[in-house]
Design a protein around this ligand. Sequence first.
Ligand code: SF4
Ligand code: SF4
Length: 391
Amino acid sequence: MNADADENSPALTSGGFVMGKDGMAALVDMLVRHGFTVVGPTVRDGAIVLAELRSADELPYGWGVELEAGRYRLRERPDGAAFANSAGPQSWKPFLHPSRVREWNADRVDGELVLTADQDTPGRYAFLGVRPCDLRAIAIQDRVLTGGAYRDPVYEGRRTGALLIAVECTEPGATCFCVSMGAGPAAGPGYDLVMTEVVDEDGHRFFVRSGSREGAEILAGLPARPADPYTRRTADAAVTAAADRMGRTMPETDLRELMAATLDAPRWDDAAGRCLTCGNCTMVCPTCFCTTTEDVTDLTGDHAERWRLWDSCFDLDFSHLHGGPVRASARSRYRQWMTHKLGTWYDQFGSSGCVGCGRCIVWCPVGIDITEEAAALHDWTQSGATQESGP
Ligand code: SF4
Ligand code: SF4
């Protein structure tokens, strides 16, 4: 969307605007009226999930979260903030790269096979509350799914025209490490609008800037006033403070080189001893993109369908070639996942595959922590054991 950015637009070049909760309500109303499918955070089933919103009243005003390895809890917030919480169980991946897509179906009609290709027509999304780490993750998936020789039509159809409204992080979770991955807590490029939520004695408000012509046009239609210096400074200070309060950090080393240098480290056996190979980490990860294909028929044999489903490198079938899986052990599968995220992703796509959202830590049923594993591997290289381990 920000390809349309016009640097001469007044709203783009200004120092930003401030709006209250009425502005947030007007924003959602305007987007719904203009036919967008508005998706944003809301409280459901004991978590802050991403779901279609019909009004801003559904935002998680007054809810925060407590995160730890293998643990997620909601907690009430006396300040009534809507976005003072960190990444929930979903990213935007299920909306842009759905877990199940029917590609075609076929029927036997009068002895003839009739094939029908399925068309994905989801309408236009407006994503409200995109965290900086997830904004980076969307950019990574753009590169993976539309930036090469083979463009994924489902992703491209959903991503083209999607309006991205980012919200900068002021309340990092205990499992967040976006600073280590250079992905937050301030928003990078790619948004149409970006907001920072401020709640203090001067009231509950949002410091809003635009990043595209469409974002500027939307902002111009909202009940917002030019940002006062105090709100701007307070918002900037909150984001800076969030960077200083990250729950986790990655070891300060070249992670790509670390992964390449530790393929034989004993730590992989340790991780494999705890890993259930359930694949949760790949499902919640906003950048994991692998899929498999499944053909199904009904009992009559007159109807068949081809589905594309999310897959995981933790699944034994994922690396099945003739004769068996290439990665038969939990050690090899965990190592494949982590070394791809932090190392070989650079070779394939020119960046890290991890944005530091911490979801894989929170939603791992046994609390395996990618930052702890990386630190243990780093310690191993510092101990001099690499020379003794051989090839
Ligand atoms: S690291 Fe955790 S979430 Fe990932 S496959 Fe292993 S047990 Fe499951
Ligand atoms: S590897 Fe973990 S922390 Fe990194 S982007 Fe994926 S889910 Fe987030």
